[in-house]
Design a binder for this molecule. Structure first.
Ligand code: GYE
Length: 327
């Protein structure tokens, strides 16, 4: 609806304009001034795995050359704490917020509060529910990978490389309600649903964590001893699954195919050792892209709603070439 019309209507109705100032501005993103230094918030969700640690380090490594006075927090795996961390950053007067929302829905209030406080927000590496909060309106943009495509690529590689007759698949899902877990599941499951020789017999969350991945695999192995493919939504859970499989006397890489996503050092090593088949890249090095996108926004550019990161694929053909750059 037209802004001037709304104001006029409000005046006619005898409402104070200030009372409806927030809804009137609801379509507008907060601007960002061009300055030498910015007070920047990075509200990390957890630090219990190498991916998160590499991402936080990437923001710290970028801070100096991008002119950031960086406030970085760690929500220790709690969406509620992540919301509180954003609150405290707003109170500290940050100019810009970089936020990896742990889950799609609980972080929406934080996005809306930052907007209401006039702070432009960039979502990094995970997104929020697009039916509720939208890029270009509530936050500037989402910087990250195509998770559906990652899942699809793992499925396609699996179809080409699995040499058994019938695939009995166990899926280890990421954090429930997170965008990568939702989308990596969709991408993989949709492809597999088109193949009669592939069956997903169990799909359960391991919260993107190594230890939980190991525990869930242990349990699922009891219920499905005939499993011959494990699809994990990230490398940490894949490594946990390999530990559970080996403990149970299975031979990952020989009697069971393990496939996953990220490209961590341990996963590349597992591929080199023949225990894992593939990992589709999902890079944690967001610092430089965050800097560049923020500067473009401050210069007055309209940012595309999805600043998409392209992902490589690591297999036994190239894992050794990339392990030195891995984290
Ligand atoms: O794959 C996982 C991490 O959101 C893309 O989160 C990210 C995912 C990544 O904990 O390992």
């Amino acid at each position: 609806m037209n802004r001037r019309f709304l104001m006029a209507t409000a005046a006619l109705a005898g409402l104070g304009v200030a009372a409806i100032a927030v809804p009137l501005a609801a379509q507008d993103l907060p601007p960002l001034a061009q300055k030498d230094r910015y007070k920047v918030g990075f509200a990390q969700m957890e630090s219990n795995n190498p991916w998160r640690i590499a991402e936080t380090k990437s923001f710290h490594d970028t801070a100096e050359e991008c002119g950031w006075d960086l406030i970085a927090t760690d929500a220790a795996g709690s969406a509620a704490k992540q919301v509180a961390d954003v609150d405290s950053m707003i109170a500290q007067g940050i100019d810009v917020l970089f936020l990896p929302p742990r889950e799609e829905k609980p972080l929406i209030p934080a996005v809306m509060k930052a907007k209401a406080a006039g702070i432009p927000t960039f979502l990094v590496d995970r997104s929020v529910d697009p039916n509720v909060a939208q890029a270009g309106r509530d936050y500037v943009a989402f910087l990250g990978s195509d998770f559906v495509d990652q899942g699809r690529r793992v499925a396609e590689w699996t179809l080409e490389n699995f040499d058994g007759e019938k695939g009995i698949i166990v899926e280890l899902e990421g954090t429930t309600g997170s965008s990568p877990a939702n989308d990596r599941k969709k991408g993989f499951d949709d492809v597999m649903a088109q193949h009669d020789n592939m069956e997903i017999v169990a799909s359960q969350s391991g919260d993107f964590a190594r230890d939980l991945g190991r525990q869930v695999m242990e349990t699922l192995l009891q219920a499905h001893p005939d499993v011959n493919i494990v699809y994990a939504h990230n490398d940490e859970m894949a490594i946990g699954a390999i530990q559970a499989l080996e403990l149970a006397g299975r031979k990952p890489g020989e009697d069971i195919l393990v496939v996953s996503i990220d490209g961590t050092r341990d996963a590349l090593q597992a591929i080199i050792d023949g225990k894992m088949g593939v990992t589709v890249e999902s890079s944690p090095f967001f610092g430089p892209l965050a800097c560049e996108t923020m500067k473009r926004y401050a210069a007055g550019e309209t940012i595309e709603p999805w600043v998409q990161v392209s992902d490589r694929i690591f297999t036994k053909e190239n894992a050794a070439d990339h392990i030195d750059e891995a984290y």
